[in-house]
Design a protein. Structure first.
Length: 226
């Protein structure tokens, strides 16, 4: 995805003293910022399996090209972030909350959209109602399936019980979660809930660069509907 944005690096301290490496993607050149009062914070896939903020660079760049400021970061124990990753992602919820508070205070942003990819989706979902400035949530491939729920099942309640607007994007060949499992889970969700199924796409395909532009369009459409 061609870039027409500036990227700035920063270090954010988590609530328990872990230092997190973050990148801020800002519109530049002839791109007019769409909403100076909204920033998208992107949460990367499972750290234990090699997830890192670099996987979200294409989406962050695409969002900046559309006029929206986006922030990616390496959760604890990833890249140049200190600390150690956890198996269940509960320590990482602190990282998401800390980055959101940093975005709000240091970047003077009142509204945040949280976007989580793969295991980043349950982690981001657990932070949604813990940050006042978060106005909505987008999941890309939330692992609701039985095996994944062994690790992430305790995160489900937080996002399903949140009154904030939610969009769940998933491939119909996800592998971790079936379409039926997704619909069953979301049937009990509070607030506005939308789903977008991508025919024939697998879980790891959705994390790849081939789908970045489509993810950007879906996220922007959701923002504009809020």
């Amino acid at each position: 995805m061609s870039s027409n944005c500036t990227v700035e690096s920063s270090t954010v301290e988590s609530t328990d003293g872990v230092n997190l490496r973050a990148r801020v993607f800002k519109p530049t050149g002839e791109i007019k910022p769409k909403n100076n009062n909204l920033t998208i914070v992107l949460v990367h896939p499972y750290s234990v399996l090699g997830g890192c903020q670099g996987l979200l660079r294409g989406i962050a760049t695409g969002l900046a090209n559309k006029g929206y400021m986006a922030v990616t970061f390496d959760m604890r124990g990833v890249g140049r972030s200190t600390g150690r990753p956890s198996l269940t992602g509960f320590a990482e919820v602190k990282d998401v909350i800390s980055v959101c508070k940093w975005v709000s205070e240091d970047l003077s942003v009142n509204n945040i959209l949280l976007v989580g990819s793969s295991a980043g989706a349950p982690i981001a979902g657990s932070a949604v109602d813990q940050v006042e400035q978060v106005i909505g949530y987008v999941s890309i491939g939330y692992p609701f399936g039985l095996m994944a729920s062994i690790l992430f099942g305790r995160h489900h309640k937080a996002i399903l019980g949140s009154p904030k607007s939610k969009l769940f994007i998933m491939g119909t060949r996800d592998g971790f979660t079936s379409v039926k499992q997704l619909k069953n889970k979301l049937s009990s969700a509070l607030g506005r809930v939308e789903t977008h199924l991508i025919e024939g796409a697998s879980h790891f395909q959705m994390e790849g660069p081939a789908f970045d532009a489509q993810m950007v369009d879906l996220i922007v459409d959701f923002i504009e509907s809020l």
